[in-house]
Write a protein that binds this ligand. Sequence first.
Ligand SMILES: Cc1cc2nc3c(=O)[nH]c(=O)nc-3n(C[C@H](O)[C@H](O)[C@H](O)COP(=O)(O)OP(=O)(O)OC[C@H]3O[C@@H](n4cnc5c(N)ncnc54)[C@H](O)[C@@H]3O)c2cc1C
Length: 233
Amino acid sequence: MADHFFPLKDRFEVAEGTMAFVFDTSSEPDFSFRAGQYVEVFIKNPPYIDERKDHRDFSITSSPGDKNILMVATRLTGSAFKRSLAEISLGTVCKVEGPFGDFNLHENKDKKAVFIAGGIGITPVRSIIKDATEQKLPHKITLIYSNRNPAGTPFLKDLENFENENPNFKLISKMTEETGQVDANFIKESLGDLSNTAFYIVGPPGMVQGMTKYLEELGVSRDDMRFEEFTGY
Ligand SMILES: Cc1cc2nc3c(=O)[nH]c(=O)nc-3n(C[C@H](O)[C@H](O)[C@H](O)COP(=O)(O)OP(=O)(O)OC[C@H]3O[C@@H](n4cnc5c(N)ncnc54)[C@H](O)[C@@H]3O)c2cc1C
């Protein structure tokens, strides 16, 4: 398992209550990952400590094309770990393990991809869509992205920009305060033809289970579903 030691280079808000953290990877020019993978971030001697461990899993939300940086993003829940991450000085070196996971875009360009994400579940999806846009991949990609309201929607502007740049990417943004939750009807009406499609569902376990049930109701086979569960939420 690869251990890396990267200084925290920057942090900024990407939505109300959600912050991005950027690590400088320039000390390891060969560090690489596939869009959609995650890392474990450790803080040595954190300023705040609780009974939980000193590290968290975070999906990488930058793309492999973003040179010399690795960006993650998280909801600031008030946990000791996250308060520490939000307060340690820029330049603090953190241990980063990974990359891990296989939540990556399929290779068959003739098969459509549909991502269903809510809130912070967007992190690996942003990486995959940014990568597909930068590499001009031919895959037809749709994202159903559910949030309470625009102010609380991480990376909304970036996704709108990817949609403008990438003729193969369609963003379906659902603001639940205004128009209700994503359900089977909404998925069917938004997508129409569900055949020849790989579905990617990402977010807290409850959300992943709920969306899986809707897809099953719509006749989608489990063989055509991939999951990334953010256990811990
Ligand atoms: C593959 C993967 C990718 C992920 N990617 C992201 C990401 O991109 N962004 C992101 O924000 N999160 C991501 N997560 C989730 C992340 O790792 C954290 O679990 C999550 O952010 C919650 O952390 P926290 O510090 O806010 O809460 P925690 O302090 O970890 O608490 C989380 C839950 O555990 C409960 N809990 C607290 N202490 C204990 C205890 N001692 N024993 C049992 N339960 C306890 C809490 O009540 C709470 O319900 C990912 C997880 C996985 C597995």
